[in-house]
Structures are given as C-alpha cells and as structure tokens.
Design a protein around this ligand. Structure first.
Ligand code: EPZ
Length: 443
C-alpha cells in the first residue's frame, strides 16, 4: 500500500480546480447501461473507484474509452447480466448496477457490494423497494440474484423509503425510469443529495421523465428507451469541503474553482463562525483564514442538506485545533471514528463513546521533530533519515482527515494505506503541493 509523507506547518495558498463528483459518476455510469447509444462524460477524475466501475461496464459489454478527463461509453448489446465478481465487491457503487440491469435486461446477478469499512453497509432498503415494484430478489451466500418483468398498470405505484438512503434512491430511480410507457411511480422519502439530482438530470437528458429531484418525493414516468448524450457531472462537493477545511486548519488564502457554493452552505457557515473570510461567485469559493476564533461546535451528521457524514472526520480534525470543546455525533454510519486513534498519535484530545466524539482543543498537533532535510530537495524529507510519526488510513474520508491533521502538525507525518485516499482523490499530493504544502507520495 502506498504512503504519503508530510512536513506540516505550511499555510495553503493559491488556486485549485475541483473535478467531477465521484458519487454522481458512479450511478451515472451504471445508468449508461440503460442507454442505447453513446454517452460522453466530461470532468471524470481518474479515481480507483471509477476505474473499477468502468471495468464492470466493459465486462458487461460496453465499449469504454477514456481520453484525459472524458470517458466515452458505447452501449449497444450487453453480453451478460452477471456482474464481475472481482470488481463488484471492491466498491459500494456496484449495487447501483441492479436497478439499471433489471430495467434493461429484466435480470441481474451480482455479489454483495463493497465500499469503505465505515459500517455494515446493508442493502435491505434497496431490496425492499425493488420487491415492492415486483422484482424477485434472492440472496444466497454473498450473491444476489434478481428477476423483473414489469406489468402495465393504470394507477401510479406509490413507494416510501424508511430512510432517505442515497443508494436505494438511485437504484429505484434506475429500475423505474426504463420500462413500460404509461407506468408511473411516486416515491416518497427519497434522498435529496445533489448527486441524486445529478443522476436524474443525466437520465432526463437521455430521455427519461423524472420529476421532483431534490425534494422529498420523486415521480418517475417510465419510458421505453433511453438515448445517448454528453454530460458533465456536478463538481465533487465532498472534496471541495475537504480542501476548505484544510485551509481553515492550516491558515491561508485559497480560491477553489469549478464548485457549487450552494452545496456547501452548512460547512461554509461553520467556517465563517471560526473567522474564515469567505466570498463566493456562481462557481468559485475564496477562503482566507488568518486568526481562528474560539468556538464550541455540536455537530450532528445528517442526510442532505444537513452536515455531511463524508466531511465528519475532516471537520473533527479542525475542532481539535479550535479553542474550546466540541461534540460530533455520527448518525449515518456505525463505524466512522476509526481515524480517531491516529489523531491521538499526533496529540489530539478526543474521546469516542458510541456514535459521539468529544473533542478538547490542543494548541497544536505534532509529529516527532524532523531530522535534517535533504539540502537539494523541495524540502522533501529524506525518507531514510526521517523518524516522525506514522499513522494509518482506514477509509477514504478518514484518510483525508489524517492528511489535514499532518498538514497542521509540526514535524514529519507518514500516512500508511494512502490507497484509500486515491479512491476519491485523483492526486491529493499534487493538489496540495500546488497550494504550498510540503508533501510527497511514497510508493
Ligand atoms: C452514499 O453511500 C455515498 N456513497 C457515501 O459516500 C455517503 O456517505 C452516503 O451515501 C451518505 O451520504 C456513494 O454514493 C457511492 P446510504 P450509501 O444508503 O448509498 C443505511 C464516500 O466516502 N442503509 O445513504 O451506501 C446505511 O447503513 C461514501 O464517498 C441501510 O440501513 O449510503 C447508512 O447507515 C462513504 N440499508 C445509512 O443508511 C440500506 O439498504 C445511509 O446509507 C442502505 C443504507
């Protein structure tokens, strides 16, 4: 597994452009399976999770070509309804293939999905909704098989999610968007995340008839075919938030471009409470952080537009440095504090009880002092001579939190298992070096 090494203490400054959202592109890529024709996707970052998904599509019969940040997906006939057993368990997004293949082929066989180990990641909400529209689903061992023969119906089918699950919403939208003309599905209690809205925009651009995206109720009028299109996904709001928090932690002056500020309202307001000067335009966010104010946060993660669980670990790092006492309650996933023991190695004062972290601020985080740097390098420590502190990433967002902590810690921090970070960041080392961080990737 690769490593990242950081000598902390540098303020961040400059410009950085955000790329397309991983959590939009995963369901949009599975939705391509429902299309007859060619789809061009722009602003596609080279992420390991997206590469796994493109492999799954190719294995099913799609022709996939990536040139720079543009991916061309040709979908004519699909070879099979059975999902690649190597790739599928590596990503959570593989579960989205269910809805698409049931709509396209009427059958699917796939292993249980993977994803970051932040909880049990069940799929009961997905299967319940699919069964309620008539899908026959069976789970045997670690394999799911499902078959679906939609029947015409005069009255709308009305569904309601027990919880606004992002993935379950995206699956049922795909399963109902392509089917028998005249069939209507009214789905209450859906997820309102921008990535769900993005999927609906993409499908409507392919000829679907989906209304209400971004509200509590989505109405789908099934259509009998979907055509190709060219689409650019929304910018990655979680990576945008991670970089904003990094600047708030290190201090600095950074402009992020290709953003959607309205997706960050919850976080931006918290950063302003801390003394950050933030100005936004339609697609940029400029943050200046000089003197951090004291603050006591009581953060509860929640479905959108609440505070995103995917920024919980990064924000926790920031609260360790804010004068005062903060509480973070994780309401979405049952195992999302695995980064805490790693922060404690850098001197953080955090106690976790159940799904709640109590944070007492410290003047600074610190790794062991750094021995002499290689004189000729760009202040890149000579790995042989460095001691410092080594910490371990356990998942994507927790790994990003460790990077932010290392950026603020004095001394050299080495982060192991950095591969997790590349699931959601094409090149976090290049990005942060561009902003002035003293950071290097070690294989
Ligand atoms: C999506 O995961 C995202 N992943 C996650 O981002 C994100 O944290 C999550 O939504 C919440 O916003 C992708 O889009 C690929 P959920 P998903 O279904 O769909 C429970 C990242 O770092 N649940 O909204 O799996 C579940 O256990 C990742 O980019 C069931 O109980 O999330 C969790 O407690 C991490 N049964 C809660 O709902 C189900 O059938 C939210 O899950 C499905 C979910």
């Amino acid at each position: 597994m690769s490593q990242i090494q950081i000598i902390g203490g540098n303020r961040l400054s400059g410009h950085l452009r955000m790329s397309g959202a991983k959590n939009s592109l995963l369901p949009i890529m599975t939705a391509c399976l429902m299309v007859r024709g060619t789809v061009y996707l722009h602003d596609v970052p080279k992420l390991t999770d997206l590469n796994q998904m493109l492999h799954i599509l190719a294995d099913l019969g799609c022709t996939v070509n990536q040139r720079g940040a543009t991916v061309k997906i040709d979908v004519d006939e699909l070879y099979t309804h059975i999902i690649d057993r190597q790739a599928a368990p590596k990503i959570r997004g593989s579960i989205f293939v269910m809805g698409a293949l049931l709509a396209r082929l009427g059958k699917v066989e796939l292993p249980f999905p993977g994803g970051c180990a932040i909880g049990s990641r069940p799929i009961d909400l997905h299967l319940t909704l699919l069964r309620q529209i008539g899908v026959k689903c069976h789970c045997h061992g670690d394999t799911i098989t499902a078959a679906y023969q939609p029947k015409p119906h005069r009255k709308p089918t009305v569904l309601c999610l027990d919880f606004p699950s992002v993935g379950a919403t995206e699956n049922i939208i795909q399963a109902t968007a392509l089917g028998i003309a005249g069939n209507t599905y009214i789905i209450h209690g859906v997820a309102k995340e921008p990535e769900v809205v993005d999927l609906c925009h993409f499908l409507n651009q392919c000829g679907a008839q989906i209304h209400g995206a971004g509200t509590d109720t989505i109405t789908v009028h099934s259509v009998t075919q979907l055509h190709g299109t060219t689409y650019t996904p929304i910018p990655d709001r979680i990576n945008t938030g991670s970089y904003l928090i990094a600047v708030a932690a290190t201090g600095g002056d950074v402009t992020l471009t290709n953003t959607v500020p309205v997706h960050q309202i919850n976080l931006l307001n918290k950063l302003k409470m801390l003394g950050a000067k933030i100005t936004t335009t339609k697609d940029t966010i400029h943050i200046i952080m000089n003197r951090r104010h004291a603050a006591h946060f009581n953060v509860h993660t929640a479905p959108y537009p609440g505070f995103p669980t995917d920024l919980q670990s990064q924000f926790c790092v920031l609260t360790t440095l804010i004068k005062g006492h903060s509480i973070i309650t994780e309401n979405l996933f049952e195992n999302r504090f695995r980064y805490v023991p790693e922060l404690i190695k850098l001197g953080a004062k955090i106690t976790v009880t159940g799904n709640q972290a109590q944070i007492t601020s410290v003047p600074a985080l610190s790794a062991t002092p750094t021995p002499n740097l290689c004189p000729s390098s760009y202040h890149i420590p000579d790995p042989q001579s460095c001691t410092g502190t080594t910490i371990t990433a356990h998942d994507l967002r927790g790994g990003v939190a460790l990077v932010i902590a290392a950026l603020t810690a004095s001394g050299t921090t080495t982060i192991e298992h950095a591969d997790y970070i590349y699931r959601g960041h094409e090149d976090i080392v290049k990005d942060l070096r561009q902003l002035g961080a003293n950071i290097v990737a070690l294989v």
